[in-house]
Design a protein around this ligand. Structure first.
Ligand SMILES: [Zn+2]
Length: 239
């Protein structure tokens, strides 16, 4: 059982949260937190599919129902479509999916967001936590990253996944620090992306090609066919 902190929420001892809690002693639990249905698939779908194929468990926590309109009122994505597409995509990766109802464009960095994530962390106790990169230009991505990092303050391993255009066009540069070989899982990643028909319609085939090409670039850097890259907030290393 975890310790209890002042507000009586269970807190997990740090030694249970690093990779030592999984690895040789049992499967890892990976939790990827994203602002919208599709963010996680774009950034770390290959890593989650690889983890599941190797006997680990993966969950995707999405902070908004991901329906949105244009500023002129034109509906770009309905809740029903986002929900259907997200469930199919998670199923292809072999990950569980939970969606929370913060506003799609205005997910706040606020105690309510932090505590909503914290509740899931304390409940499921992931070994590795993934989230957005906080210099992404999308305000909902930034706030999801900040809220996840706040919620994960007792967790040892937190990785930030690579942003994608348009949010990736930032004033800062993403620094790929940690690479995961996803060569065997690139087709699952692409398949999961194609489930997101509304986003696919918005950007076309070039959207898929760009994401796949970036995995090729990261793979080339790593010396494999395809890879996904992460920046670390911090990482426990189980030698
Ligand atoms: Zn997003």
């Amino acid at each position: 059982m975890g310790r209890r902190c002042k507000n009586n929420r269970p807190v997990i001892p740090a030694e249970m949260l690093g990779q030592e809690a999984g690895g040789r002693d049992g499967p890892f639990r990976l939790l990827a937190v994203g602002a919208h249905l599709d963010d996680v698939e774009i950034a770390c779908g290959g890593t989650l599919a690889r983890a599941v194929a190797h006997g680990h468990e993966a969950k995707i926590l999405v902070l908004s129902r991901s329906n949105y309109d244009n500023y002129d009122g034109a509906v770009r994505r309905t809740y029903e479509a986002a929900d259907r597409e997200g469930k199919l995509a998670a199923e292809i990766l072999g990950a569980d999916l939970e969606v929370i109802d913060f506003p799609t464009k205005d997910i706040p960095h606020h105690s309510q967001t932090v505590e909503a994530i914290e509740e899931r962390l304390n409940d499921w106790r992931p070994n590795v936590l993934f989230t957005h990169w906080p210099f992404d230009t999308h305000q909902a991505h930034q706030n999801t990253a900040l809220s996840t990092i706040s919620a994960g303050r007792y967790f040892t391993s937190i990785l930030m996944y690579e942003p994608m255009m348009p949010g990736a066009r930032s004033y800062m540069a993403f620094r790929p620090q940690i690479y995961v070989d996803v060569s065997e899982f690139i087709s699952k990643k692409v398949e999961s992306l194609k489930c997101h028909e509304t986003e696919y319609r918005k950007y076309g085939e070039r959207w898929i090609q760009a994401i796949e090409s970036r995995c090729r670039l990261r793979g080339f850097e790593m010396g494999v066919e395809y890879a996904e890259a992460f920046e670390a907030v911090r990482l426990a290393w189980n030698l």
